[in-house]
Design a protein around this ligand. Sequence first.
Ligand code: PLP
Length: 238
Amino acid sequence: MRETQRFFDTHPRGVVESDALRQNWLFGAPFHWMKDWASPTSIIAASGAGATLTDIDGNSYDDFCLGDTPGMFGHARPELARAVATQAARGTTFMLPTEEAGEVGALLAERFGLPFWQTTLSASDANRALIRWARAVTQKPVIVVFDGCYHGMVEDCFVELRHGRTRSDAGLVGQALDVTRTTRAVPFNDIGALEAALAQGDVAAVLAEPAMTNCGMILPVEHFGSARRRWRRRPARC
Ligand SMILES: Cc1ncc(COP(=O)(O)O)c(C=O)c1O
C-alpha cells in the first residue's frame, strides 16, 4: 500500500499518460507485454542512455531489460545513433539487398562458422522460421517447449502444462487448429519429463532458453543443459 502510494506520488505524469493510452491501445499499450510489470500503471519511458532509463516524470532506473535485447549495446550508444541517422538519411527500406548486406553476410559467416544466413525482423519471426525449418529437415511434426516459456507471438508455443497435460494457453483466442497436437510442454529442469517427451520419436525441435526468463528467472539445475545438448547430438533417436 505504501509502495503503491509512493509510485503514484512519484509518477504523476506517467499515471495520466497511462490512462490516455487506454483510449486507443488494446490493454493500454502498443504491445500487450508492456503491461506485464508489477507497477500500478505503466511506466512511460522518455529516454535511455547506456544502462539507464528515464521516465516522463524524470525518475531514472537501472535497466536490466535493455529493450529485451535490441539494446544490448546500451541505449543511445553514440556510434550506433550516428550509423542509424546516416542510413535513415539514405532511406531504410528498399525491398532489395544493399552492398552492406554482402559485408554483413561475410562477417556473420566468419564469426559463427556457418555459411548461409537469413534475417528475420523479430525473435517471433525467427522462431517461426526455425520451427518450419526443423520440421522440414527432420520430417517430424512435434516441437517441445518448457512450461512457462515465451517465444514470442508464435502460436505453436502458446501452451502450458495443466495437471500434467499440455493445454492451449487461455490467451490463444481465435486459434482454429489444435496446437497441442504438435506441441508438447514439459517442466523446466525435469530431465525425466524431457526424455519422455523425446522418446516418442516425433520431435523436430526443442525450443528453450538457457535459463527461463519469462516466468521469473529459473536457472537450469546441474546437468540439465548438458542433457539437452546430449539429445541435440543424437538426432537419429528422434
Ligand atoms: C525468449 C523470448 N523469445 C522471443 C521473444 C519475442 O521477441 P520479439 O518481440 O522480437 O518477437 C521474447 C520477448 O520477450 C522472449 O523473451
